[in-house]
Every structure is written in C-alpha cells, then in structure tokens.
Design a binder for this molecule. Structure first.
Ligand code: GDD
Ligand code: MG
Length: 364
C-alpha cells in the first residue's frame, strides 16, 4: 500500500523552530522526524511514500533524496499554494489507483497500521480513520462513533462543552481511491471539515479504528518536548531508552570524568562535555560543546551549539548553532537557529527567540 504524508503545513505552533525548517524534519532524538515515520511505515511493509509538500519543501528533498538510504521510495509533489489536507491528496491523485494510507506529517505513534488496514477491508469502508484518546480534545478533531465503530459525526476543534468523548482523529486514514472524486481539483479542501462530513452526509461507509497505542502530535513546543520525555521514558516500542545514568554517546565525543549524568541522556557525535557539567534527561545534538559547570536539564539541543560556563538550561529547546554565553539562565524557552544569549542574561520563562537574534537584556 502507498502512503501519502502531508508535510505542507507552516508549523506555526512550533515557531521559532520552524522559521526556516519544516516541521516534519525537526530533529527528534537527533534524527529528522520523518526518518522515524519512514522506519515505522517500513515495519508495516509500507515503502512507497508520496510527500505532499508546500512550505519549505527543499530541505526535505535534499536530506532524503529518493529515500533508498532510508529503506523507502519517495516521491515529492509540491503545491504552489496550500491546498488543505484533502486538496493536497487530490493533487497527487495521479499516483493513487488502489486503497492508500494518508498520514499527517507530525504524528509519532505505535498504532498498528497493519491491523487498521485489515479492519478497513473487513468493514468494506470508504474511509477508515484511526482514533486515539487524549486528555483534552479541544485542539483536535473529535470523532463520534456507534458501537460498531461506524462514524456518526465529526467536530473539528470542539469547545470544551462540545467535547462529548475523548476519542479524536489520530491523523491517519485508509481511503478508497474513488473518494478522491469527491474532492475539487486545485482547490483548498479539508478532510476534517469538508470531505469526511460530506462522505457521511452521502451515507458512505466511514469507520473508526480506535487504538490505545502510544500516539502524539508533536506539532507544538510543549508536545515536542513531551515526545522527547516519552521516548526517553520508554513509552514507545520504537525506541529502547538508555538505562538511567547510562549515557548514549555518538562517535568522537569527549565527556570529562567529573561531568555528572542523571536520568536518561543522549549525546550525539563530536560533542564536548566539560568538567562538572550536570546533564539530566537531555538530548544533546552533534558538535555541541557544554562548558564547565553548566547544568542542562529536561532540554533538547540540536547541533553545533555552545552552552557556556555555569549556564543553567532547563525545560528548553535550543536549535542549531546557538551560543549561550557564560552564566546565562534559560528556563522554559525556545531558541531558534543561530541565537546568541549574552553572558549572565536571565531569559524570561517562556521566551521564544527568533533565529539569528541576540538576547541580552535582563528580563527578570
Ligand atoms: N500538503 C499540505 N498542504 N499539507 C498540509 C496543508 C496543506 O495545505 N495543511 C496542513 N498540512 C499538513 C501539516 O503539515 C500536518 O502534517 C498535517 O497536514 C495536519 O495539519 P496540522 O496543522 O498539524 O493539523 P492539526 O494538528 O491542527 O489537526 C489535525 O491533526 C489532528 C491530530 O493531530 C486534524 O487532522 C485533526 O482532526 C486531528 O485530530
Ligand atoms: Mg498537527
């Protein structure tokens, strides 16, 4: 079965990380996000993948090429203007003549796609939508079903009062190709708000595939950090975390004997971890230097950054090529690529610094 992955969104909720990088390749555990998705699909024998792209499509193509190196075959189709989720799939109709899979490009899950495809066939469905339970459905698409998993209604981004269930659209669909005939060509059209309700109103068989496996939409800063926390805690079967206190280190990295590692920590290649550094529940990308006495906790650092002496970095995301000068304090912040934080600067909690900016003012 072929899969279409939707990667054309702007990733606004992940800004400033997505200012110059598409959401679908932000690194997760030091690997571009889509690489995890490709591995997951390949375990379900899905290797023919069409990327429906828009915003910032080039970096994805230049990293993955034809996909061979990653065990998949990739086709890239780029929209001139965003066509919406369903419009994007209509746009690749020429490649689809059998039932196919659609995935939102920001989902990390252990959901059993093979079982989902079986259930789609058994139900003779036109559309099967994977459902997952969430604590707060208001940021997602609510899907109501009958006891046989037949879908009865959709409500995209419900209010708290409208949320009668916690089962939401998990952003994974199996579709029959003739459904594409219901989508207007070269027009912005949405699965969630337009196509699915339209199919229901026409009495087409739409089924749900509820699943309790690990699932997250990593498309917000909070969920991106949550995904790292979850993976480090062994919540997904796709990643075996290091045992607490053990460090996973890439090639050519140097860790000073007085550096202390607590909890689960992953360090990429070519890193230098200086004397008396404390690392706790952290992911440090390749080529990063962490200097004497710095404390890095519950944070994700991309690549080629410098964390200065005695810096306190906590609950934050630091993109590539950042410099946190000596003594700076960064808690609950997101730093875009190439950001520089002045020495002894205490950044306000929740600060988001856009790429290639310098923050140096005392913010409290
Ligand atoms: N090619 C293309 N063109 N892709 C698009 C476009 C477009 O115009 N618009 C959005 N996408 C891609 C995004 O890049 C993302 O991978 C996916 O479509 C879903 O868009 P999001 O912006 O992440 O949607 P959401 O998270 O608010 O809601 C969707 O996902 C939820 C599950 O995480 C909906 O499908 C909800 O119903 C669902 O619950
Ligand atoms: Mg999303």
């Amino acid at each position: 079965m072929k899969a279409v992955i939707l990667t054309g969104g702007k990733g606004t909720r992940l800004l400033p990380l997505t200012h110059n990088m598409p959401k679908s390749i932000v690194p997760v555990l030091n690997i571009p996000f889509l690489e995890h998705v490709f591995r997951y699909l390949a375990t379900h024998q899905i290797r023919d993948i069409i990327l429906a792209q828009g915003y910032l499509s080039r970096p994805i193509q230049s990293y993955f090429g034809d996909g061979e190196q990653f065990g998949v075959r990739l086709k890239y189709i780029t929209e001139a203007t965003p066509l919406g989720t369903a419009g994007a799939v209509k746009n690749v109709e020429g490649y689809l003549d059998e039932p196919f899979l659609v995935l939102n490009g920001d989902i990390f899950t252990d959901l059993d796609i093979t079982a989902m495809i079986d259930s789609h066939r058994r139900n003779r469905a036109k559309v099967t939508i994977a459902l997952t339970p969430v604590a707060d459905p208001t940021s997602y698409g609510l899907v109501l079903t009958n006891p046989d998993n037949g879908i009865t209604s959709f409500l995209e981004k419900p209010t708290r009062e409208q949320a009668q269930t916690n089962m939401i659209n998990a952003g994974i669909y199996v579709l029959e190709p003739d459904v594409l005939g219901q989508i207007p060509a070269q027009t912005s059209f949405s699965f969630e708000r337009e196509l699915f309700p339209l199919l229901l109103s026409r009495g087409e068989p739409c089924y749900a595939f509820p699943a309790a496996d690990y699932w997250i939409d990593m498309g917000t800063v909070e969920k991106y950090l949550q995904l790292h926390r979850d993976l480090l805690n062994g919540q997904s079967s796709q990643f075996t975390p290091p045992v607490p206190g053990e460090i996973v280190v890439g090639e050519r990295s140097f860790i000073h004997p007085t550096a202390r590692v607590e909890g689960r920590v992953i360090i990429g290649g070519g890193c230098t971890i200086g004397p008396n550094v404390v690392l706790k529940e952290a992911v440090v990308g390749s080529g990063t230097e962490i200097l004497a006495g710095a404390v890095v906790e519950e944070s994700v650092i991309w690549w080629d950054s410098v964390v200065g002496r005695r810096v306190e970095l906590q609950g934050s995301i630091v993109a590539d090529r950042c410099i946190l000068h000596d003594g700076s304090v960064v808690r609950g912040c997101v730093l875009g690529g190439g950001v520089s934080i002045a020495g002894d600067c205490r950044l306000g909690v929740g600060s988001k610094i856009w790429p290639d900016k310098t923050a140096g003012i005392e913010e409290g």
